[in-house]
Design a protein around this ligand. Structure first.
Ligand SMILES: Cc1ncc(COP(=O)(O)O)c(C=O)c1O
Length: 397
């Protein structure tokens, strides 16, 4: 099997699996229990994982909140900051995001905007005739350039009195382009706007150093970097007193995660995330070098094919992610991917939006080509011959 869908998920590495296994068997203590060895060891394991995840982005351990994934991290910080700043601090009700966010951000913002109010069939279509409900927030969805990037000027122009939060994707999960997070974050912070970025596709692939990054919060998922599914993290910058800015909780419950996220901690998953982060940190430089070389080789291969067009920023992108438009207007990506599915795993866009016209392609004026697009996302063990095998199926001689 050739696996070219690393943006959707990645295999759990053997070392991660081995680190997790004891916490599914003999070490089953609840880290919130107090008095006995198993509980203490579970708590220590969670705190060790927190240090490992923090280490990968040069954060302080107390700036990491464990969640069940990037979807929850995005919901937690966007709804939490929006709610607290509007209803408690009375600072305003305006939020800014972009049209090309992952649905975990896009639909969270649409929920706050009042466009989504139920889980009926209409939920995921932007239907102008659809009634909206007033949840008290307004959201600006920024347009993007041809590479699906937000221009800093556009963000600044959208900031107004009452803007409380801006959330802009770091690395695009459909076409791989990177936003200039340094410039965008600095612009938001200059105006006192809380700046969050969904960095799910960047963690473990490119260096992240929050010490020099103008961001207030970042979201991650473990399964994108050879960790388990069902665990993620939210990074929130603390101030000089070691305090996070206040925001409303999404999960009300026990005092876990300092009351930010109630619920018994999923120790084995958290331990797996920690191990994956530790491994990612130790391999980051080598991996990046390897992925950059592979990216150059495959880009050359794809560019030399007259029947293919490559989307995304050729310079500022996550190495190893290729979004290609197949020239034939009758090409049906879903049919093709099913045909090759026993041999090659690839995607027609993001795994979470399969079957719908891609909102990312629509935003860059390529909506009509949704059926012609393939996303190939490679990992460190991928080879150029994997892509050649796909091309051979795409254009049989
Ligand atoms: C950019 C981005 N954000 C958020 C998510 C959601 O992650 P999860 O499904 O693990 O919550 C994904 C997953 O594909 C992603 O690529």
């Amino acid at each position: 099997m050739i696996y070219l869908d690393h943006c959707a998920t990645t295999p759990v590495s053997r070392q991660v699996y081995a680190a997790m296994a004891p916490y599914l068997t003999e070490e089953y203590g609840n880290p919130s229990s107090k008095y006995y060895g198993q509980a203490v060891r579970a708590r220590e394991a969670v705190e060790c994982a927190r240090e490992q995840v923090a280490g990968l982005i040069h954060a302080k351990p107390e700036e990491i909140v464990f969640t069940c994934g990037a979807t929850e991290s995005n919901n937690t910080i966007i709804k939490g900051i929006a709610d607290y700043r509007k209803y408690y601090e009375r600072r305003g009700d305006h939020l800014i995001t972009s049209r090309v966010e992952h649905h975990a951000v896009l639909n969270t913002c649409r929920f706050l905007n009042g466009e989504i109010y139920s889980n009926d069939d209409d939920t995921f279509t932007l239907d102008q005739s659809h009634p909206t409900v007033d949840r008290g927030f307004s959201v600006t969805f920024l347009d993007v350039n041809a590479y699906a990037q937000v221009e800093t000027g556009a963000l600044e122009a959208a900031i107004r009195p009452g803007t409380t939060l801006a959330t802009i994707l770091w690395g695009n999960n459909e076409i791989g382009s990177l936003n200039d997070i340094v410039s965008l974050g600095a612009a938001a912070q200059k105006h006192g706007v809380f700046f969050h970025s969904d960095a799910t596709q960047v963690l473990g692939k490119l260096p992240i150093d929050v010490r020099s990054l103008p961001v207030d919060a970042l979201s991650f998922s473990a399964h994108k970097l050879n960790g388990p599914k069902g665990v993620g993290a939210l990074y929130v910058r603390t101030d000089e007193f070691g305090l996070m800015p206040p925001f409303s909780s999404l999960m009300h419950g026990g005092e876990q995660e300092n009351g930010i996220r109630g619920g018994t901690l999923c120790v084995h998953n958290i331990v797996g995330f920690g191990k994956a982060a530790e491994l990612a940190a130790s391999h980051l430089e080598n991996r990046l070098e390897r992925m950059r070389a592979l990216d150059r080789e495959i880009r050359g291969l794809l560019q030399s094919n007259k029947n293919i067009e490559l989307l995304g920023d050729p310079e500022h992108h996550i190495p190893g992610i290729f979004s290609i438009v197949v020239g034939d207007t009758f090409f049906n990506n879903e049919q093709f991917l099913k045909q090759i599915g026993d041999e090659i795993a690839a995607s027609a866009g993001s795994a979470c939006s399969a079957g719908e016209p891609s909102h990312v392609l629509q935003a860059i004026g390529r909506g009509r080509q949704t059926g012609q697009v393939l996303r190939l996302s490679l990992g460190p063990d991928s080879k150029a011959s994997d892509v050649e095998a796909l091309l051979a199926r795409l254009f049989p001689r």
